[in-house]
Each structure stands twice: as structure tokens, then as C-alpha cells.
Design a protein around this ligand. Structure first.
Ligand SMILES: *[C@@H]1O[C@H](CO)[C@@H](O)[C@H](O)[C@H]1NC(C)=O
Ligand SMILES: *[C@@H]1O[C@H](CO)[C@@H](O)[C@H](O)[C@H]1NC(C)=O
Ligand SMILES: *[C@@H]1O[C@H](CO)[C@@H](O)[C@H](O)[C@H]1NC(C)=O
Ligand SMILES: *[C@@H]1O[C@H](CO)[C@@H](O)[C@H](O)[C@H]1NC(C)=O
Ligand SMILES: *[C@@H]1O[C@H](CO)[C@@H](O)[C@H](O)[C@H]1NC(C)=O
Ligand SMILES: *[C@@H]1O[C@H](CO)[C@@H](O)[C@H](O)[C@H]1NC(C)=O
Length: 683
């Protein structure tokens, strides 16, 4: 239970985006656009006003953009000097973090033990981090940041990480190099920049009191503050119902009961929102639900602020205090340089933890390894080279395939999805399914068969993936084929590149030794089942298929690409555990279970495989056979031993899909399964 995404998130979503419900096929429903997010709006507007057009290069002098090579720089540090030379990093990446204690988000990031431990325990070995401060207090900030991490490193017994962490006592505004221009000019979306604040006014005061705030965890409380003035009312520790707070924002103190209890009590008392003030000396914390609490939907916003004596006093003497909410733009807090020396954005930090730095750094490692893989010998056929994919048509190209395909037994898809502009702010939202179809024989039964599937990275333009689809080589049995890559027609445009990489597995071994081990090659595919609406009739649609094994076949493989989408009352098929079974000859139960679906961090585990990290929305949750910003890996099983290979007898196969080991039986809004499945014959 504790691992599931909160039900409140689901309910909120269904209420807010019911206008999207008709977009059933393939459209995940459990995320929300951040258009309502105040911090997004302000930062985004700022970006636009600095740059005439998202798709164009910025004006001269505006500084480097993501993808540009970072110039050399030197920064004084507490231990001496940090010096960056292009090419010198090579195997390592660099994250630059600009701290300011004016941000409640950063205060929490730097105060939480779990956040600090995640950095010292999880920072990839090849990553360095340079910490600086945006403020006059840079020296004391640097000393404090170092002390926080030294303590965390000692606690975790990970002191070796400290040699890769560098602390600048010189404030960002005095660095004199290109770093400030990148921090100041790169807008951001969400928490990575912008100062979220609460503004308190009272007739007795000459000036408003403006404090930093940190809104409750995004996927716990999705209600947002309205752009208006609320009356503020004191409710002690908020651990009991409070009769006279209807319509007001309640001011409650930390402690005596959970954040959840406070917000629940105040919601039941018809309050409009909750401000929890920290106890004296305590930092602002990331308010979240715990365990079963997460299943109670709550529809009022809440935030944490520091205790302010004048506010408490004014409330105590019955003075009217109003509160409103704002986000003041700020420089970006995080930028980075990848292993090849290219500047990069850091994406969106869903909540205050250094894990988001680790995930981005893990992705840099993945990407560096991918570039090495792409240098291995292969016959490369370019299908799309930075082509816009949008609308019903998608991206379409007809290409000539190399002669002598028979020499190759490996086919990999090298695909990337980038955005119209250089910044992530120009990228399309949502995690939509992208499918690649191929047609080599316009009259044949396999015209427009699915060759590959990916899921878009919600507002991030860095995704690039290599997918082995070798068993489907027989589909390319022609010297000219047409490729179509599409996502849902209403999605904003993506810029796609796709290369087919044909190679012979283990080429060197073969050439050198003239290996006597026989190499098997797929020569025929037989299409099996596709998915459909995951309702009580789901399995009634599948009839057993009878087939003889073609003569000369040495090996038979089951090949399936399966993803679950949509959301019934159990979160099926995106967030529920479904299992998929191909029963061969009535006895062999080939089973695939999506057991990380619905886990809180399931997709973070796959960043090392290329899942794009730090996307918008809740990319972290495990899903039914897929992750945001990742290819869908084909499921391959050798079924040779399960078959009568003589070619004389027929074999049978039948598919069925289950939820919780049973036929699905949703009470509402059934989800759907997208599936391509084949038997592949090798000789
Ligand atoms: C950050 O600010 C809070 C109050 O706003 C204060 O209690 C804390 O000591 C500050 N931390 C640092 C490192 O300055
Ligand atoms: C508080 O807001 C109300 C309206 O929402 C307004 O009438 C009142 O003047 C405000 N009071 C202060 C102290 O700002
Ligand atoms: C917590 O409860 C105790 C006992 O009821 C009370 O004295 C104290 O003021 C409460 N703490 C806060 C922060 O309200
Ligand atoms: C909250 O509002 C509901 C609906 O308007 C009302 O029935 C209920 O009595 C109110 N509760 C409190 C504690 O004010
Ligand atoms: C390549 O061939 C060698 C020797 O035949 C074998 O040991 C090795 O596992 C093969 N590698 C792969 C990736 O198939
Ligand atoms: C196949 O396995 C699943 C669970 O692993 C089970 O629920 C199902 O009944 C099995 N089917 C058959 C026909 O054995």
C-alpha cells in the first residue's frame, strides 16, 4: 500500500482533466499538466520574454544554450580552486548548484537527512558537483553546505564522495565567468528556480511580511493556491477540528500530529488552505503523506513556512491578517555539463531531494555509454534526420535498405526525440506512446506492422535509445520500405531522428575463427495477438491459434511488446500489476508480470537504461510495462522446447491477460493494453 501513488492524485486528476477522457487509447491519465502551477507560469513567462521565439537561437550575448560546449572556467573553493577545462573531464560530468536560503525548496533540500544521504550515497562515481551561493552570505553558505554534506558522509560512511564535491565561497554574482549568465538566462519550470512566497498583510503594519514557503508534496496535495487574498486564522496545532475557519487559510504549528492530520482536520472544517509553521529552530520540511494516509483524497492546498512572531501576535490579539501567494522569479538553481562537455538542463525536481541530481548524472553515464555503443561497426540506414513528428500523419519516410541483409542478424533502432527549441521549455508535455510502423510490401499482411515503441519524455528533449529488434528483421524483406512514426495526433511536435543499425552479432569472433558454431537467423515472423480494452471481455476476444513449425526451423521465439494504459478504479492498466500469458500447447505458461507498476520509484530504477529523468509529472512511478521517456523493451522467450518441431503436428498458442491473477473486471473507465506479439522462426 505504502508504495502506491496516492489515490488523491488520481481523483484530482480525474476531476480536472475530464475533458481528456475521450483520448483513451494509449493516453496515460495519471499526470497533470502544470499549466496551473504558479511557479511554472512565472518562470516560463520569463523565458519567453527573454527570447523572441522559442525555436530560434536567443539574441546575441544571451549566453550559451543547452548542447553548447562549456568554456573553461576557474572558481575559488574552500579547498583551493576548481578548474574546468573542456576535454579534461571526459569521463565525468559536472553539476553546478546555486544555493539561496531565500528558497524554501532549497532550505528543505539542504536540511533533510534523506536528501543529504541520497547525495553522498547515490552520486554516480563519475560526477563532480560544484556548489555556489547566489547571495552575499556565500562564504557562510559554503561552509554550511560543506558541513551538512560532511555530516551526511560520516553518517553513511561514504567520505570518499567528498573529494568530488566543491564549495565556492565566492557568490555567483561575483564569479566573473559564463556561469552567472547561464544561471540567470535559462528559465526553468517548477522547483528548480523561482522563490515561492507567502505575503501577509495587516492594517497595523507599514509593510507586508513576505516569507519563503514550500508547498506540500505535489503528488499528495494537488490543489493550488488561488491568485487572491485569503484571511488567515490561527488554529493552534491543527490536531483537532476547528469550528470557525471556513473559507480561511489556517495558521497551524508543526508537531503533535502528522501533516496529514492537520490538513484533513482543516479540510473537514472547510478551510481554504493550511499554512504549517515550523517550530523555532526547525527547517521547512517537505510535507507529505505517509502510508495509508495517501489514500484519503484532500482537496485544499497546504504549505510550510517559518514561524513569524508578528503574525502570531497579530492573530492572538484578533487583528485581521490576510495572506496571498506569489512566486518571484530567480536564477536557475541547477545546471550541468555532460561527459562530452556539453551544457545541459537538469529537468524538474518533483520534491526536495538530491536524488534528482543523481538521476540526471546517471543519465549522463547512460548517454556516454550509448555514444560508445553507437561507434561499434554497423550498416546504418538513416530513416529520419531531425524530422518533425506531429498530427495524424506523424513522420513518414521511404528508404532504400542495403542489399545483402542476410549477412546481418542484428537490427537495432537508434531513435531520439528532441524538441523544437534548444530548451526543455519548448518540449511537448505528456508521456504519450510513440509507435514506429513499417511497410515493405503494400499488399502484404505485414504492411504497417509495429517495429518499435517508445514513450515520450514529458517536457524533456534529451531522450535517445537503442532498441534491439533483431527478431523482426524478416519484416524488412524488401529493398524499399516505408516507415511511419507517430504519437497521438493532438500532441505538440517532437523532432525525431531514427537510424536502423544492421550488424552481425559477434562479427570479430566469426571472421577471425570462422566459427563453426552455427548462427541462427530469423527468417519468418507470424503475427499473434494485439491488445484492447482491459475489461471483463478482454480474454474472451482471444482464440487459440494453430500453427505448424515451418520446415528447417531450428529455433522459435515468442516476441511481444506489451504496455498497459489508462486508469480504472484499480489504476489499470498503467498503475496496476497485470500479467500476460502465452499458453503454448495447453501446458507451457509463458508469463510476463508488470510487477513494478504503481511503485513509487519504479521508473527511477531504469534511468541507467536510458529512462529520461527529471521529467515533468510523476515519471518516477513504475508503470505497466513502460516508463516515461524510454523505449519499450520487447519481451523475448525461446519456446523451441515447448513445440512439436517436426512440422507434422500443429501446435497451439493462446494469449490471456490478468489483473491480480484474475480476469479484469473494472467497474469504471476500463484501461487498455497495447500489444504486438509474434512467433519468430529461426534457421
Ligand atoms: C535559512 O533560513 C532560515 C530561516 O529563514 C534559518 O533558520 C536558517 O538558519 C538559514 N540557514 C542558513 C544556512 O543560513
Ligand atoms: C483582507 O482582504 C479583504 C478582502 O478579501 C479586504 O477587504 C481587507 O481589507 C483585507 N485586509 C487587509 C489587512 O489586507
Ligand atoms: C502540543 O500539545 C501540547 C499538549 O496539548 C500543547 O501544550 C502544545 O502547545 C502543543 N504544541 C503545539 C505546537 O501546539
Ligand atoms: C462545511 O461545508 C459543508 C457544505 O457547505 C457544510 O455542510 C458543513 O456543515 C461545513 N462544515 C463546517 C465545519 O463548517
Ligand atoms: C562472441 O564470441 C565469443 C567466442 O565465440 C564468445 O565467447 C562471446 O560470448 C560472444 N559474445 C557475444 C556478445 O555473443
Ligand atoms: C498461468 O499462470 C498464471 C499465473 O502465473 C495463472 O494465473 C494461470 O492460471 C496460468 N494458466 C494456466 C492455463 O496454467
Amino acid at each position: 500500500m505504502a508504495m502506491m501513488p496516492s489515490k488523491s492524485a488520481l481523483l484530482w486528476f480525474l476531476i480536472v482533466v475530464t475533458n481528456h477522457v475521450s483520448e483513451a487509447a494509449g493516453r496515460p491519465k495519471w499526470r497533470l499538466t502544470l499549466a496551473e502551477d504558479e511557479s511554472l507560469r512565472s518562470c516560463h513567462d520569463r523565458t519567453v520574454s527573454f527570447r523572441s521565439k522559442e525555436t530560434s537561437r536567443p539574441e546575441l550575448g544571451a549566453g550559451p544554450e543547452p548542447g553548447d560546449l562549456a568554456a573553461a572556467f576557474k572558481v575559488p573553493t574552500l579547498d583551493g580552486e576548481f578548474s574546468y577545462e573542456p576535454n579534461a573531464l571526459r569521463a565525468s560530468s559536472l553539476v553546478i548548484h546555486a544555493f539561496t536560503n531565500k528558497s524554501g525548496f532549497l532550505e528543505s533540500l539542504w536540511s533533510s537527512e534523506s536528501s543529504l544521504s541520497s547525495l553522498v550515497e547515490g552520486l554516480p562515481d563519475r560526477t563532480q558537483v560544484l556548489f555556489a551561493s547566489l547571495d552575499d552570505s556565500a562564504l557562510s553558505d559554503a561552509l554550511w553546505m560543506r558541513e551538512q554534506l560532511q555530516r551526511a558522509a560520516a553518517r553513511s560512511n561514504k567520505k570518499e564522495v567528498l573529494s568530488r564535491l566543491h564549495f565556492s565561497p565566492v557568490p555567483v554574482f561575483a564569479l566573473g565567468n559564463w556561469i552567472p549568465s547561464v544561471l540567470y538566462n535559462w528559465g526553468c519550470m517548477g522547483h528548480n528556480c523561482g522563490l515561492s512566497q507567502a505575503v501577509f498583510t495587516s492594517h497595523g503594519w507599514k509593510m507586508p511580511i513576505i516569507t519563503k514557503r514550500l508547498d506540500a508534496r505535489y503528488d499528495w496535495l494537488m490543489a493550488r493556491w488561488q491568485p487572491k487574498s485569503y484571511q488567515l486564522v490561527d488554529a493552534g496545532d491543527g490536531c483537532q477540528h476547528s469550528p470557525s475557519v471556513a473559507g480561511a487559510v489556517v495558521w497551524v504549528s508543526e508537531g503533535n500530529c502528522s501533516f496529514f492530520t492537520k490538513v484533513l482536520n482543516m479540510a473537514k472544517s472547510n478551510a481554504s488552505g493550511v499554512l504549517v509553521c515550523s517550530l523555532p529552530g526547525n527547517p521547512i520540511q517537505d510535507m507529505n503523506c505517509v502510508g495509508d494516509e495517501c489514500y484519503t483524497p484532500l482537496s485544499i492546498p497546504a504549505a510550510m513556512v517559518h514561524q513569524e512572531v508578528s503574525i502570531s501576535q497579530a492573530l492572538r490579539v484578533g487583528q485581521v491578517v490576510n495572506v496571498s501567494f506569489q512566486t518571484t522569479p530567480s536564477p536557475n538553481f541547477f545546471i550541468s555539463i555532460d561527459q562530452k562537455g556539453a551544457l545541459a538542463e537538469m529537468g524538474w525536481f518533483l520534491y526536495p531531494t538530491f536524488s534528482f541530481i543523481n538521476w540526471q548524472a546517471q543519465w549522463f553515464e547512460f548517454f556516454a555509454d550509448l555514444q560508445i555503443k553507437l561507434q561499434s561497426p554497423a550498416e546504418v540506414v538513416s530513416v529520419f534526420d531531425k524530422i518533425q513528428m506531429q498530427g495524424e500523419k506523424g513522420a513518414v519516410a521511404t528508404v532504400d535498405l542495403p542489399l545483402g541483409l542476410w549477412d546481418f542478424d542484428t537490427l537495432e533502432l537508434d531513435a531520439s526525440l528532441s524538441c523544437p527549441g534548444s530548451r526543455d521549455s519548448s518540449c511537448a508535455q505528456w508521456d504519450h506512446t510513440v509507435q514506429l510502423f513499417v511497410c515493405c510490401d503494400h499488399l502484404g499482411p505485414y504492411c504497417n506492422t509495429e517495429l518499435g515503441r517508445w514513450i515520450t519524455a514529458f517536457r524533456r528533449g534529451i531522450g535517445r535509445w537503442l532498441t534491439d529488434v533483431s527478431p523482426l528483421i524478416p519484416l524488412l524483406d524488401s529493398n524499399k520500405c516505408t516507415f511511419t512514426m507517430k504519437t497521438v495526433p493532438w500532441a505538440k511536435p517532437w523532432i525525431v531522428s531514427l537510424n536502423l543499425r544492421f550488424s552481425a552479432s559477434n562479427q570479430t569472433a566469426l571472421c577471425v575463427t570462422g566459427d563453426s558454431v552455427e548462427k541462427l537467423r530469423p527468417f519468418r515472423v507470424m503475427s499473434l495477438y494485439s491488445g484492447g480494452t482491459f475489461d471483463r471481455n478482454y480474454n474472451k476476444r482471444y482464440q487459440p491459434v494453430k500453427f505448424p513449425v515451418p520446415s528447417l526451423t531450428k529455433k522459435v521465439e515468442l516476441y511481444a511488446v506489451i504496455t498497459g494504459h489508462g486508469s480504472d478504479e484499480n489504476g489499470c492498466g498503467e498503475f496496476c500489476v497485470t500479467s500476460h500469458h502465452f499458453l503454448i500447447n495447453a501446458v507451457f505458461n509463458n508469463t510476463r508480470i508488470f510487477d513494478s507498476a504503481g511503485t513509487a520509484l519504479g521508473c527511477t530504477m531504469r534511468v541507467k537504461e536510458g529512462a529520461v529523468p527529471n521529467e515533468h509529472g510523476t515519471w518516477l512511478y513504475g508503470r505497466g510495462g513502460w516508463c516515461d521517456g524510454l523505449q519499450v523493451n520487447p519481451w523475448r522467450t525461446d519456446v523451441t522446447k515447448q513445440l512439436d518441431m517436426s512440422g507434422l503436428e500443429s501446435n497451439t498458442v493462446v494469449y490471456f491477460g490478468l489483473f491480480d491473477g484474475k480476469d479484469p473486471n473494472p467497474a469504471q473507465q476500463p484501461g487498455n493494453i497495447i500489444m504486438s506479439s509474434f512467433l519468430v522462426f529461426y534457421k
